[in-house]
Design a protein around this ligand. Structure first.
Ligand code: ADP
Ligand code: ADP
Ligand code: ZN
Length: 218
């Protein structure tokens, strides 16, 4: 099954995508994670995108499309993929349609996670992740079972994203409303859009997502 999780920064895309991958084996493809890995490795791509990401603006469409089109046909996507953070512009969505058609693939569902801007700022300011395995947490909404120890791997070091601060968040939200929200009518017209109340608890959102994709996991 091939899915898109669509929603503003902090809506819960990464949280839900990680669960879907773990439970059903669809591969989570996060363009944000790929770009951060490129920045960390210090190569040409990383150098090109670092300043853009630090400001909270969108990376050029051609860079992103090149990155993702190779990825969706890799062997680990055989059982399906979850696009997390892509597409983010209408040109990216058109490019995705072309790539999928060329490869004989299709999208099953586009799931919108709907969250108010004020809540997003609180989510993003409280977000952190395990430095070893990337598992994601929140200062108040999702704490590790044992304080300071990652539930998933036992790691004790955590990191916060450089762009997860109030100033940059405003730019990222503007990019979402201006450039990404037009994807909602784009996919609605194609009959594959479903919307979920992303303000509900992580578990309640997961349940709704399961319903949309016709699964009944825990
Ligand atoms: P996105 O990938 O859309 O930017 P994340 O999945 O990283 O969003 O979630 C942002 C932050 O909010 C994380 O710290 C996460 O633990 C927390 N979070 C995710 N979903 C919910 C939810 N339904 N309710 C409360 N907090 C949530
Ligand atoms: P969030 O989880 O908060 O939605 P991401 O991790 O998806 O944020 O993205 C972080 C940054 O990476 C974005 O602010 C943007 O600069 C860049 N980025 C990620 N995906 C895309 C994309 N599809 N198109 C353009 N820029 C992107
Ligand atoms: Zn961990």
């Amino acid at each position: 099954m091939n899915l898109i999780l669509l929603g503003p920064p902090g809506a819960g895309k990464g949280t839900q995508a990680a669960r879907l991958e773990k439970l059903y084996g669809f591969k989570q493809l996060s363009t944000g994670d790929m770009l951060r890995a490129a920045v960390a490795s210090g190569g040409a791509l990383g150098k090109e995108v670092k300043a853009i990401m630090d400001r909270g603006d969108l990376v050029p469409d051609d860079v992103i499309v090149r990155m993702i089109s190779e990825r969706i046909t890799a062997p680990d996507c055989r059982d399906g993929f979850i696009l997390d953070g892509f597409p983010r512009t209408v040109p990216q969505a058109r490019a995705l349609d072309r790539v999928l058609a060329e490869k004989g693939l299709r999208l099953d569902h586009v799931i919108e996670l709907r969250v108010d801007d004020a809540v997003l700022v609180a989510r993003i300011s409280g977000r952190y992740a395990c430095a070893s395995c990337g598992a994601n947490y929140h200062d108040t909404n999702r704490k590790p079972r044992v304080a300071g120890v990652c539930d998933a791997c036992g790691g004790t070091e955590f990191v916060r994203r450089k762009d997860d601060n109030a100033g940059v968040v405003a730019t990222r939200l503007k990019a979402y409303h201006g450039q990404t929200a037009p994807l909602l009518p784009y996919y609605r017209e194609r009959g594959i859009l479903a919307s979920v109340d992303g303000m509900a608890s992580i578990e309640a959102v997961a349940k709704e997502v399961d319903q949309i994709i016709g699964k009944s996991g825990k």
